[in-house]
Ligand binder design. Structure first.
Ligand SMILES: Cc1cc2nc3c(=O)[nH]c(=O)nc-3n(C[C@H](O)[C@H](O)[C@H](O)COP(=O)(O)OP(=O)(O)OC[C@H]3O[C@@H](n4cnc5c(N)ncnc54)[C@H](O)[C@@H]3O)c2cc1C
Length: 672
């Protein structure tokens, strides 16, 4: 089972009853608890504590192996085989990926929120998808009220006291109602804000709110909420969002500091490649099997399932939990080789709470509004809430709320800042070759040794990185596992950027992207850097076959001015410096000279003052491939060729390599 929501957890619960004990059931979910989403607006309005709308999956499922992990890849096996497919899971704090192979695979990952269609919405709005969202919204609202108390500018105060909810469906309307109750209910504790105008605005693109219900109920809900101060902008499309507020397609700017978006449900990215989506959901047959697969089942918000009455099941909790039960029966039937049962369910009714002991409900032919609808809403959801202890806690909290004011704590949800720093003691490993990659690093102090090993475990390449240098970008850019192992050689502190922040930075900052793209190739083998027509034999040939043997060297005491003249007269880009003993003492390149000129240095200075002393060297027998990899890794255009006594016997420049590439190209058979 992938997903521990209404569909996944519901299916696992039924399977526990239906399958014989020797069958193993595993449920993988990114959270170790089940979220009763319909009660999330109550968390926003401080009517319920967040812990009361969630239940630990391990309490709900007693014989299922619950795995808390993030599904990172799903591979479906061809239909008719013994297995349905494999799932790869990653988990926080564990570097290795775990793979599960399943006889039957249930896809119940729900949907995700995609705000990318409205510019700025992802950056400036809060969502209403999980407990953290609901809690963040509650604390944000209270924090805005606290801020408004101190704000001297009336325009800014007005923006702080304006709360915009985008979307007029169930979650939009219920959220707007709760936000309104919270803001207005809090006023007796904010005496200085009482005279101020408080606005809760619900923006909806259609002409009637609650399109899931009939028009009369939607209109009734609108009137009730308007009476309590909620404003509606109907038939209004949101064009963009920014720090200033919400821009409507009409050109109007609704100034606010709090935007809640309840629109933009999108297919789960993990499921995109598994089948051609129908309205963004996985298509299934009437038995809930993913089209074209006998042992893969898709349920809940992520699936487009025939409802048995000529339509497609809507993405609601009611349908998701029923699908869970039917899928479990069909999985059990398929083990027992019994006929499968088609999914059939008719909407049993819809309820939307309007806060303040008011709601609207459509149950069968009946349309109910007001206190009785609200009582029904609470009673039905209380009955549906899993486990007796949760029910009891919710009843108690609802009862206590009748006598006590709402909770107005504005808890800061961020823990004390840790600045994304990682400290390692000497010899500690930050990551290993082959592990999944999710972080980019910059060395703040100390040194990190990066090493890459071949299949036999021999070190192929290594690099020592010091303060200001970065690593980890290659695998993030290429979305591959780590190509190297990173170990601290001394007490070291590195700054870490999670993949998401790294992705945003490199998308927006072109210079950074160019830099990391270039450095990300530093560990690539020569075969990946050079064109395919340069064959392996040429790459394995010794450097001596293509190097320049007549090397013009200079003394470390040569003046800069003289070196410049040599450079221009002989069109040479790099001069090895050789001391009196004939040994290599450094290297000066045209880049070093140019940098010195820019610093306005004295041209009478000796070259030793600007030379690079840590020079990359190879021997005459080093394979060309190795020399090319060294140039790439250290981003240099020359390597010096020395003998055992550190005497310069040649120089290999990028031009020599290009000459070899050109010769290889000219020897290629001409394509007809
Ligand atoms: C605010 C709000 C109010 C609502 N009110 C109502 C209502 O009144 N009535 C109603 O019928 N419906 C309501 N709904 C809709 C209802 O909650 C959903 O239709 C229902 O939750 C769908 O169930 P599901 O199991 O398909 O998905 P979900 O309940 O969303 O479960 C998805 C599961 O997949 C897991 N998951 C996701 N990605 C990964 C991953 N990569 N790796 C591992 N696990 C993953 C999640 O942790 C979760 O456990 C509401 C929804 C919201 C947001």
């Amino acid at each position: 089972m992938l997903g521990g929501g209404f569909a996944g957890a519901g299916c696992a619960r039924s399977l526990e009853r239906l399958l014989p004990r020797d069958r193993r059931i595993t449920l993988i979910s990114s959270e170790n608890y089940f979220v009763f989403q319909p009660l999330l607006p109550e968390v926003v309005g401080a009517s319920l504590a967040p812990a009361h709308v969630i239940s630990p999956l391990r309490h709900l499922l007693r014989r299922t192996d619950v795995v808390r992990g993030e599904v990172a890849a799903i591979e479906l096996a061809p239909s008719g085989g013994e297995f349905a497919g494999t799932v790869t899971v990653t988990a926080e704090g564990i570097d290795e990926r775990t793979t599960f192979t399943a006889r039957h695979l249930v896809l119940a990952l729900g949907s995700v929120v995609d705000q990318s269609r409205i510019p700025g919405m992802a950056e400036h709005s809060l969502q209403m998808k999980n407990v953290a969202d609901a809690l963040t919204l509650r604390h944000t609202i209270i924090a805005r009220l606290e801020r408004a108390v101190l704000e001297p500018d009336p325009a800014e105060r007005a923006a702080l006291l304006t709360f915009v909810v985008v979307g007029g469906g169930f979650s939009g309307v219920e959220t707007a109602a709760e936000v309104n109750d919270l803001v207005r209910g809090a006023m007796k504790f904010f005496p200085s804000l009482v005279p101020e105008t408080k606005r809760v605005i619900c923006i909806h693109s259609r002409d009637h709110i609650l399109p899931e219900l009939d028009v009369r109920l939607g209109d009734h809900a609108q009137k009730v909420l308007q009476k309590r101060g909620v404003e509606f902008r109907l038939g209004a499309r949101t064009r963009a969002a920014s720090g200033e507020g919400v821009y409507l397609a009409s050109g109007e700017l609704v100034r606010t500091r709090t935007i809640v978006s309840t629109v933009g449900n999108a297919p789960h990215p993990m499921l995109k490649d598994l089948a051609t989506a129908v309205e963004g959901r996985l298509p299934t047959d009437e038995f809930l099997r993913l089209r074209g697969h006998e042992r893969v089942w898709a349920l809940g918000d992520c699936a487009a399932t025939p409802d048995g009455h000529g339509g497609i099941a809507p993405p609601t909790a009611q349908f998701a939990s029923r699908q869970g039960t039917t899928a479990a029966k069909n999985i059990a039937a398929s083990f027992a080789q019994r006929p499968l049962q088609p999914f059939q369910h008719k909407n049993q009714g819809q309820l939307a709470t309007l806060g303040h002991r008011n709601a609207v409900a459509a149950i069968g032919r009946f349309r109910i509004t007001g206190f009785f609808a609200w009582w029904l809403w609470r009673t039905i959801y209380l009955m549906k809430l899993p486990r007796f202890d949760r029910k009891l806690r919710v009843v108690l909290e609802w009862t206590l709320n009748l006598f006590f004011p709402r909770d107005l704590n504005a808890l800061a949800l961020q823990p004390t800042a840790r600045h994304g720093m990682v400290h390692l003691e000497a010899g500690e490993t930050l990551f290993r070759q082959g592990e999944p990659s999710s972080v980019f690093y910059v060395v703040e102090s100390g040194h990190i040794q990066l090493t890459r090993c071949d299949e036999q475990g021999c070190t192929e390449a290594s690099d020592l990185l010091g303060p200001g240098q970065h690593f980890g970008e290659g695998s993030l850019l290429r979305r591959t596992v780590r190509a190297t192992t990173a170990v601290a050689v001394e007490p070291t502190t590195v700054l870490s950027f999670p993949a998401r922040e790294f992705g945003v930075l490199t998308r927006c900052w072109k210079g950074l992207r160019t830099l990391v793209e270039s450095t990300s190739r530093r560990f690539q083998p020569a075969a990946a850097i050079l064109p395919a027509w340069v064959d392996k034999e040429q790459l394995e040939a010794p450097v001596s076959t293509i190097m320049t043997s007549t090397v013009r060297t200079l003394s470390p005491d040569t003046q800069l001015q003289q070196c410049l003249r040599e450079l221009l007269d002989h069109k040479i880009n790099a001069f090895p410096l050789v001391g009196g003993d004939g040994r290599l003492a450094g290297l000066v390149t045209s880049t070093d000279l140019f940098a010195a000129l820019r610093r306005d240095v004295d041209l009478q200075q000796p070259l030793r003052n600007i030379a690079t002393t840590e020079v990359e060297c190879v021997t005459a027998t080093t394979p060309i491939a190795r020399a090319v990899e060294i140039m790439r890794r250290h981003d240099v255009k020359h390597v010096l060729v020395t003998d055992d006594a550190a005497r310069v016997v040649g120089i290999l420049s990028i031009k020599d390599v290009l000459r070899m590439v050109l010769a290889a190209a000219e020897q290629r058979p001409v394509a007809r």
